[in-house]
Write a protein that binds this ligand. Structure first.
Ligand SMILES: [Zn+2]
Length: 493
């Protein structure tokens, strides 16, 4: 029997503003779409948090026994600057500034994105479609919306008619906005604006002669509007209605609101059963922004090369830090907070190694079954990872007491304990025991031993440039050499 039949999951649906019982459209299967990155620059740490949250959700759904089709797109065209209706395409702009082909920009930053996510131990999605690979599907949707009368063509561009849509459907239902208020709060249309109303958004934009990313269409050469690609790709791979649509909180409006409008105009019904939104990451209490310098790149966290952190942190420590907050809460990153997470992470990893070596007894003083259910209760409550980690530290306490002989555990309970701990820590939270994996590797220990020996020889020959180089370069890799009276030892920082 699959686990989902006994472990009843509840999710917070942004559309209803309530926690709801999770019941997929067809039993045993889950279709999940998450808005992916626009690949015109290195992936932002805040975006990493969003994708990590949905990775944890993906992992938990799979753990519960669902067959999950997880689609996360790559935006490689159509996303204009400032998420506005006018302005340069983000990728085309980067290509112009760096004198590259737009697809070179896309390739470079897609590789960066994949590399960083792999370091954070994210599982790849089932399908990772691109906007440029689905131009035909997007044109078909525009034709359909035009036929249904919810869009209009003007000067080679096609716009979605929000006011018309709002007469029959409710525009703003996801973000809790009313169209009347939006209209009251916007300025008059500029004279050169060709839209009927400022709320209307582009489905297709005419490409001016200098615009390099362009495709032929029934309305002339142009490119698709940003919101359209997600409707096209989610419909193609998950159907007209699917279970979960996720993304960052900042995408709720206008992006997701426009996705709902497009799909409802096209198909006459709502596209998504559960809308899930992950909250943002701040840095030292402030919004992260390149312009203010209050910013940090994922790779700078791993190398420690920045002014914000006192030392490097492993991807698993950063992931653990992120998992200690609920995905719908704002999380503030700071050196102190990361340092505290690092200590907690190490305690957890030490306890897991101790657990495997515990001596067993004829009775258990610790109720493993009850502890295990508490962990599931946490995850079933809208993926409450902070509650789960609190429960893991409860286990750490008992592991240490058993180790000290103050509590006991049977062989059978120990097996269940190990299995459950591994499920929660490695499979669901997606952590990796990076430090101890290195420490436990005999080969690595031997290699460092050899480097220590070479360094000692260099020092004996007064070749201090070589000996310093060995010490400094190991330090850069996070391996500290400690010279003591009994010789040199090493530790991982
Ligand atoms: Zn999207």
């Amino acid at each position: 029997m699959p686990l989902y039949q006994t472990q009843k999951l509840k999710v917070y649906n942004s559309l209803s503003g309530k926690k709801e019982d999770f019941e997929p459209l067809s039993e045993g299967y889950v279709g999940m779409y998450v808005c992916g990155p626009t690949v015109y620059s290195n992936v932002h740490l805040g975006n990493c948090r969003t994708f990590m949250s949905f990775d944890m959700i993906f992992r938990y759904l799979k753990h519960l026994g669902y067959k999950v089709r997880y689609v996360r797109n790559i935006t490689d065209a159509g996303h204009l600057e400032n998420d506005a209706e006018d302005g340069e395409d983000k990728i085309a702009k980067k290509a112009r500034l760096e004198q590259l082909e737009p697809m070179e920009v896309v390739q470079q930053y897609t590789l960066d994105f994949h590399g960083i996510l792999q370091k954070f131990n994210l599982l790849p999605p089932s399908i990772e479609p691109t906007a440029t690979g689905h131009i035909i599907e997007q044109i078909e949707i525009i034709k359909n919306i035009l036929e249904k009368g919810y869009a209009y063509e003007i000067n080679g561009s096609v716009y979605f008619d929000v006011e018309k849509f709002n007469k029959t459907n409710e525009y703003g239902k996801l973000s809790g906005r009313k169209l009347e208020d939006m209209i009251a709060n916007t300025r008059e249309l500029a004279a050169q604006d060709e839209k009927k109303s400022p709320q209307d958004f582009a489905l297709w934009k005419k490409a001016e002669t200098q615009h390099i990313m362009r495709w032929p269409s029934p309305w002339g050469d142009g490119f698709p509007g940003w919101h359209l690609e997600c409707t096209a790709m989610s419909t193609k791979y998950l159907g007209e209605t699917f279970d979960i649509h996720g993304g960052g909180m900042d995408l709720k409006f206008p992006h997701h609101e426009c996705e709902i409008a497009q799909a409802e105009a096209c198909n006459g019904h709502a596209p998504v059963k559960y809308w899930l939104h992950a909250n943002m990451l701040t840095l030292n209490g402030k919004k992260m922004a390149k312009s203010t310098g209050n910013n940090i790149l994922p790779n700078e966290m791993f190398s420690g090369e920045n002014n914000i952190l006192s030392k490097p942190y492993t991807p698993s420590v950063v992931r653990f830090f992120m998992m200690q907050a609920h995905y719908t809460s704002i999380l503030d990153l700071s050196d102190e907070a990361l340092s505290a997470s690092e200590k907690g992470f190490q305690k957890l990893m030490d306890a897991i190694s101790s657990l495997e070596k515990l001596t067993t007894s004829s009775s258990s003083s610790f109720n493993v079954e009850e502890w295990k259910q508490k962990g599931y209760d946490a995850m079933n409550d809208d993926f409450n990872t902070p509650m789960l980690t609190a429960n893991l530290f409860e286990a750490v306490k008992h592991i240490n007491l058993i180790k000290e002989g103050k509590e006991t555990i049977t062989e059978k309970d120990k097996e269940l304990f190990i299995e459950t701990m591994h499920n929660f820590v490695f499979d669901i939270l997606g952590l990796e025991n990076q430090n101890s994996a290195m420490l436990n590797s005999d080969k690595l220990g031997n290699v460092i031993g050899l480097l220590i020996q070479l360094r000692n020889e260099a020092r004996a020959n007064k070749d201090f440039s070589t000996s310093d180089k060995i010490r400094d370069q190991l330090a850069e890799m996070g391996i500290q050499l400690n010279d003591g009276k009994d010789g040199t030892t090493f530790s991982l920082s």
